[in-house]
Write a protein that binds this ligand. Structure first.
Ligand code: SF4
Length: 280
């Protein structure tokens, strides 16, 4: 390998819950800048196989490092910093994909690019998804949508399904929960609808933070009105990422919040269904 700082470590991780830090911290700034401009290198937490929850069928998932949100419930805060990921040349990432291409097709599965936020590295994301598509692999992008405008219409066509995380409907709640404006995400949802691209909507349900009945009704009406939301996944908040906050020395504020009761999850699913959506 021409640059000794690029990773030669195995790309496959046992789980995205493994804590990974500073794996690319010594990379020259010029190399990082070029990587972001052209996508010849990606910053990746890990590849994992066998996921059945990140798109249709069994998936190979690449978890990218780097995120501009600061969700209070984030279960992978080590992925906030791009330099915590492994620096992986695009050719190596594509070679990793090709190892699984046949199996993924046989299992009616595919490849999902998740994170962190993959569009922090939009050139790398576009190149990797395009490569997967050209191998005949079903493609999914799991994104908070904030940087959706970075993808061209042609690049959107390389993505079979966008797993769009809408964190909250109310602008104030959204700002409180993630630290950023909700409008870019909603605009991206509208653009995907205009381009006829399929969305699976993901909604993390946190008691007291994202369970307000009228907000969910409004989000459900918005999503149903788009016409391209194939399903809604209501994801119950959990405490599985808490140890990472502690290890990274970041103040975690949800330690007293319990996962939502089954009745609350049911109620929220029913709200999405009442708007005409499939919700799980
Ligand atoms: S968008 Fe995802 S990775 Fe980013 S802070 Fe939120 S939960 Fe964490």
């Amino acid at each position: 390998m021409s640059n000794p700082k690029l990773t030669e470590a195995p790309l496959e991780g046992t789980s995205p819950y493994e804590l990974r830090v500073d794996l690319s911290k010594d990379l020259p700034e010029s190399l990082v800048k070029k990587a972001l401009e052209v996508g010849d290198i990606g910053f990746i937490h890990s590849f994992t196989t066998g996921s059945a929850v990140d798109g249709p069928g069994i998936r190979l998932v690449a978890w990218t490092a780097g995120c501009q949100f600061r969700c209070l419930y984030c279960h992978n805060p080590d992925t906030w910093n791009m330099m915590n990921g492994m620096a992986v040349p695009i050719d190596r990432a594509i070679a990793e994909l090709s190892r699984y291409a046949h199996g993924l097709k046989v299992m009616s599965g595919g490849f999902t690019l998740s994170g962190g936020e993959p569009l922090m590295q939009d050139r790398f994301a576009a190149r990797l998804l395009t490569a997967a598509k050209s191998m005949g692999i079903h493609t999914a992008l799991d994104t908070n949508g904030f940087l959706g405008e970075r993808l061209s219409d042609h690049e959107l066509e390389q993505i079979d399904v966008v797993l769009l995380d809408i964190k909250a409907w109310d602008p104030e709640s959204h700002k409180h929960l993630v630290g950023k404006d909700v409008r870019p995400t909603l605009n991206f949802a509208r653009r995907l609808a205009e381009r006829g691209r399929t969305i699976w909507l993901r909604y993390v349900l946190v008691p007291g933070l994202s369970d307000h009945e009228s907000d969910i009704d409004q989000l459900a009406a918005f999503a149903a009105g788009l016409g391209n939301v194939q399903r809604v996944d209501v994801l119950p908040f959990h405490q599985m990422g808490r140890h990472k906050w502690e290890k990274l020395g970041i103040n975690y504020t949800l330690d007293k919040v319990s996962p939502p009761a089954a009745e609350l999850v049911d109620r929220v699913c029913r709200q999405f269904r009442a708007a005409g959506l499939k919700a799980h």
